[in-house]
Design a protein around this ligand. Structure first.
Ligand code: HEC
Ligand code: HEC
Length: 171
């Protein structure tokens, strides 16, 4: 009796992989067509086989001309006009502050971070740069000469003002 149960259990165990395989090969896509075979060599479906080396596309040049950029509105974080590659910002080091911190601008001749960078969220001005302004590149970004991927209808405030129709009855 026990040996029969044992044999039955063995047969079942042996059948599990076959059952699984059966399930896999029967994959059907949502549109009802049979799905791709899940066994055999993996073949890239794109125009470029994954084994082919493609030359890397040219990267865009960084703008590092040290020229201040116009801010699109008064409280826009100014764009960075110099290289920032490998400038480390972490718990121990903030490369940006080695030039832009209050005490370091005489040596670097960099513009000092403005007073807002010393304020905490309650508007209290602290003695050092506030933690919420510590990760500079969260707000300040360098630029490249890349062409914009999508169009942009942004208009400067002054341009909007000069073309706005005079309001009826406005004094
Ligand atoms: C070696 C010194 C140095 C370091 C390090 C440095 N900067 Fe500068 N930064 C300058 C100087 C000098 C200028 C003035 C323009 C110029 O010469 O490029 C400047 C300009 C800027 C400006 C433009 C300010 C404006 O009014 O338009 C921003 C923003 C800026 N830096 C952010 C950063 C950030 C963010 C980092 C770190 C990722 C950084 N800088 C690291 C020296 C430095
Ligand atoms: C949360 C966004 C934010 C972070 C983080 C931040 N800034 Fe700014 N930064 C601004 C904004 C907005 C301005 C412009 C208005 C102002 O001064 O608050 C500015 C202005 C500046 C200016 C121009 C100051 C002036 O008076 O012309 C410099 C330089 C600068 N930031 C450097 C830094 C550096 C260096 C760090 C990192 C230690 C940093 N910022 C972190 C948002 C940020």
């Amino acid at each position: 009796m026990t040996s029969r149960i044992l044999i039955a259990a063995l047969v079942l165990t042996a059948a599990i992989p076959a059952l699984l395989m059966g399930g896999v090969s029967g994959v059907v896509a949502a549109d009802g067509k049979p799905g791709p075979a899940l066994s055999g060599p993996v073949v890239s479906s794109g125009p470029h086989p994954i084994t082919l080396d493609r030359p890397a596309e040219a990267t865009n040049r960084e703008i590092v001309d040290d020229v201040k950029r116009v801010r699109n509105y008064a409280d826009q974080p100014p764009l960075i006009p110099h290289a920032v590659r490998d400038y480390q910002i972490d718990l121990n080091v903030n490369k940006c502050l080695t030039c832009h911190d209050r005490r370091n601008v005489e040596g670097s001749q960099a513009p000092m971070v403005s007073v807002t960078h010393f304020q905490d969220r309650d508007g209290q001005t602290l003695g050092t740069v506030s933690p919420r302004r510590y990760f500079c590149t969260q707000c300040h970004v360098p630029q490249t000469d890349a062409k914009p991927i999508v169009g942009n209808r942004f208009r400067d405030f002054d341009a909007v003002l000069s073309t706005a129709p005079a309001k009826e009855g406005a004094k």
